[in-house]
Write a protein that binds this ligand. Structure first.
Ligand SMILES: NC(=O)c1ccc[n+]([C@@H]2O[C@H](COP(=O)([O-])OP(=O)(O)OC[C@H]3O[C@@H](n4cnc5c(N)ncnc54)[C@H](OP(=O)(O)O)[C@@H]3O)[C@@H](O)[C@H]2O)c1
Length: 254
């Protein structure tokens, strides 16, 4: 798989997939690892997903990147979340402030963790375009190393300010919701259209649409199905789409 600044370009999300089911997590994560996935995104907001992801990665954690989040309204609550994450994962490579929640307060204790080498990168996320102004302000402080935002043919707000800003500041981008939470996959275009795009599945076409934007570092599709983790990962190899192929995907998604 192609690697960019955060490693292989297809990662794995964990929202509403295996939850606290460690056996299910083991199957999906195992399949993703075999297919070359290394970035695993989670959050305290995703039920038991962090604990089951931690269990699924046990014994095969080398070379993986855990990108989880702090989702708390106070620093003590945030620190308590971090303490549990260290128990589950050993360490956290990318620690993100979820939905900008109390981001200045969280940064005040997260920055010393990063300075001590216990966290590699600090990130910040939001799913809603109404919060993109504040997300931009947070990036402009220079205190974050990574941003996570939604990007797919139906959600292109990030193209206006955030993707150009991240590129200007040299900040790597994690793309959430590459399938619009699955809404873009409810119907698939005809097989002929997929063949012309050089892909086997509509999901792969959507991932290639995202990853063909050079400002994106990694997309984190979520799935509860091991075979889909494998086929999604297969989208992480060149050739990438040019302008015409991207437009074709947009037409097919319309
Ligand atoms: N949604 C948010 O607001 C949000 C916010 C912050 C962070 N994130 C992070 O971003 C990750 C990705 O976003 P997301 O989970 O919201 O949505 P997504 O990845 O765009 O879509 C996930 C959905 O797509 C389906 N799917 C996956 N691969 C498929 C395939 N090959 N064929 C058919 N269906 C497929 C999954 O169903 P099956 O399980 O049936 O495969 C699941 O319902 C999250 O898991 C989380 O880690 C999300």
């Amino acid at each position: 798989m192609e690697e960019r600044r955060l490693g292989p370009v297809v990662g794995l999300g964990t929202w509403q997939t295996f939850g606290g089911d460690a056996a299910a997590a083991g199957a999906v994560v195992g399949s993703a690892l075999e297919a070359g996935v290394r970035v695993f995104d989670s959050s305290p907001m995703y039920g038991g997903a962090e604990a089951s992801l931690g269990a699924a990665l046990r014994g095969r954690r080398d070379g993986t990147t855990v990108a989880t989040k702090i989702w708390a309204q106070s620093a003590p609550e945030g620190r308590a979340q971090y303490k549990r994450q260290v128990e589950w994962f050993g360490r956290v490579e990318i620690e993100q402030v979820h939905n900008l929640a109390a981001w200045r307060e969280q940064l005040d204790w997260l920055e010393p963790e990063r300075a001590a080498g216990r966290i590699d990168r600090l990130g910040v996320t939001h799913y809603a375009p109404s919060a993109f102004g504040e997300l931009g302000d947070a990036l402009r402080t220079g205190r974050f190393d990574v941003v996570q935002l939604p990007y797919n043919p139906h959600e292109r707000d990030a193209e206006r300010e955030l993707l150009p800003l991240a590129a200007e500041l040299g900040i790597p981008v994690i793309v959430m919701r590459p399938f619009g939470e699955g809404s873009l996959l409810r119907r698939s275009p005809p097989a002929e259209a997929l063949r012309e795009l050089g892909v086997e599945t509509w999901a792969q076409a959507l991932l290639k649409w995202v990853l063909s934007d050079p400002r994106v570092d990694v997309a984190i599709p979520a799935t509860s199905k091991p075979e889909r983790a494998r086929s999604n990962a297969a989208a992480g190899v060149p050739p990438w789409f040019g302008a015409e192929e991207r437009m074709r995907v947009e037409e097919l998604a319309a």
